[in-house]
Design a protein around this ligand. Structure first.
Ligand SMILES: Cc1cc2nc3c(=O)[nH]c(=O)nc-3n(C[C@H](O)[C@H](O)[C@H](O)COP(=O)(O)OP(=O)(O)OC[C@H]3O[C@@H](n4cnc5c(N)ncnc54)[C@H](O)[C@@H]3O)c2cc1C
Length: 408
């Protein structure tokens, strides 16, 4: 922690800090209203990621009325390709501020950032199992009741008539009575999560049944607004699955999950989910878990994935580590991106490199300019990633084949 302003709720912290450390540092600051400060949002599925990596991805959590992390950043201090230390905010080095946030590490090293905090609140969890047809009215109902966080975890069993349609809608509503405090801690242990993940691979119907029973049983539980955003990440789950297979015909091939995020205008959510059902069935691709959340438009970063107020649909696809398995996942994601584009949506750029140049350009028309700005700020390409190199080369190849075509 470098600096704190407990009056204004601002915390300057080094970019290597992980979220549990950031939460602890903010909780050490007393709010003028007598409560303590806390973060506004973090990623839902992982805690051991650093602030610099989170800013570089312009991450988001399960806030129902929140913009991505960019809105929570007051300023940042970075080191550019020349080794200069630069302060960036909305009035100083404005262009760099908008490029570094959501810039996937390509414009410099973030040394520190000042986070805008919010008073920590006690929240009550409100859970129901609903169909997607009701989802938007359920979201309006819950936000009108004051819920500020929430997500929808959908059925992943393709044989269930509720496939990608029925799900557990869990929301979080602030409690304002000062006697309210988190009294219940009823979340699943890592061992239970591992077992649920195994079932998601081997008995999807049972996995959803147990998951929804558990969530419904926590209806009314109370949590601090920051602690409830922490998660149980299971880095060892692939090993667990390998050692606990119960189905005799299970493949012994190594496998993992590949994630993709697709963003849709809310009116197009049902159309997208029905297209996704057809695509997953066409390719025979398995979903291991999937979530729907909400995001508000990012008006500040140069390459915003949240180009409008969207619903975010997240798929984690089971991917065997062999050419056929990878090809299946790649084709599935390309088809999902086509469906997203047809429905005026967007997708997250760096989870994989399956999107074609045409798909990237359709959603991110400023991508060529972004590549030029990368070369402008970092001419020797000191800051590199496989993702950047792949799309730099793919865009260059496309431009040169276009020129050759014109010359003929
Ligand atoms: C299990 C899991 C769940 C997730 N859930 C969510 C979610 O709910 N919402 C969401 O938005 N995202 C989510 N993510 C994605 C996550 O936000 C990004 O992968 C994020 O970049 C991870 O940060 P990291 O510290 O691991 O960064 P790394 O993986 O180390 O780096 C990611 C990028 O950030 C750059 N970078 C890292 N540190 C710095 C720095 N100090 N300065 C400049 N660039 C830097 C790197 O160069 C790289 O390009 C999830 C990821 C995982 C693994």
């Amino acid at each position: 922690m470098l600096r704190s302003d407990a009056e204004a709720g601002l915390l300057e912290i080094e970019a290597g800090a992980h979220w549990p450390q950031i939460i602890a540092a903010s909780n050490a600051m007393k709010c003028p209203n007598g409560s303590v400060w806390s973060i506004r949002q973090k990623q839902t599925g992982v805690d051991a990621v650093c602030l610099g990596g989170s800013i570089s991805a312009n991450a988001h959590g399960r806030g129902m009325l929140q913009q991505p992390l960019v809105a929570d950043i007051e300023n940042l201090t970075m080191v550019n390709a020349e080794g200069e230390v630069l302060f960036c905010d909305r009035t100083t080095n404005v262009r760099l501020f908008s490029l570094v946030i959501g810039g996937y590490g390509m414009f410099g090293i973030i040394y520190a950032a000042t986070l805008r905090l919010t008073p920590r609140q006690c929240m009550v969890r409100v859970v129901e199992v609903i169909d997607l047809d009701d989802a938007m009215s359920a979201v309006y109902r819950r936000t009108a009741e004051g819920c500020t966080y929430g997500d929808f975890q959908f059925v992943i069993d393709p044989h269930d008539h509720g496939f990608l349609h029925r799900g557990v809608f869990a929301c979080y509503k602030p409690l304002f009575d000062e006697r309210d405090f988190p009294a219940t801690h009823s979340d699943l242990s890592p061992q239970h999560w591992l077992e649920l993940l195994r079932l998601a691979h081997e008995d999807k119907a049972r996995a959803f049944q147990l998951y929804s029973e558990h969530y419904l049983s926590t209806n009314g539980s109370r949590y601090w607004s920051d602690a409830m955003q922490l998660s149980t990440y299971l880095p060892s789950y692939a090993d667990y699955l390998e050692n606990h297979r119960t189905t005799t015909n299970a493949s012994t091939e190594k496998e993992s999950l590949i994630i993709g995020e697709h963003y849709l205008p809310e009116d197009n959510l049902l159309g997208f989910m029905s297209a996704a059902r057809a695509i997953l069935q066409q390719y025979g691709t398995e979903v291991i878990y999937g979530t729907i959340r909400a995001i508000q438009r990012d008006t500040e970063s140069f390459l915003p994935w949240a180009k409008a107020d969207y619903v975010c649909v997240i798929f984690n696809l089971r991917t065997p580590h062999n050419p056929a398995g990878l090809e299946k996942t790649a084709n599935t994601f390309r088809a999902l991106i086509d469906a997203t584009i047809a429905l005026k949506g967007s997708f997250f750029l760096t989870y994989h490199r399956f999107a074609t140049v045409a798909q990237v350009e359709a959603v991110y028309p400023q991508f060529r300019e972004w590549l030029e700005l990368k070369k402008h700020y970092d001419p020797s390409e000191l800051f590199m990633s496989e993702w950047y190199a792949y799309y730099r080369d793919a865009f260059e190849q496309q431009a040169s084949s276009h020129e050759q075509h014109q010359g003929q």
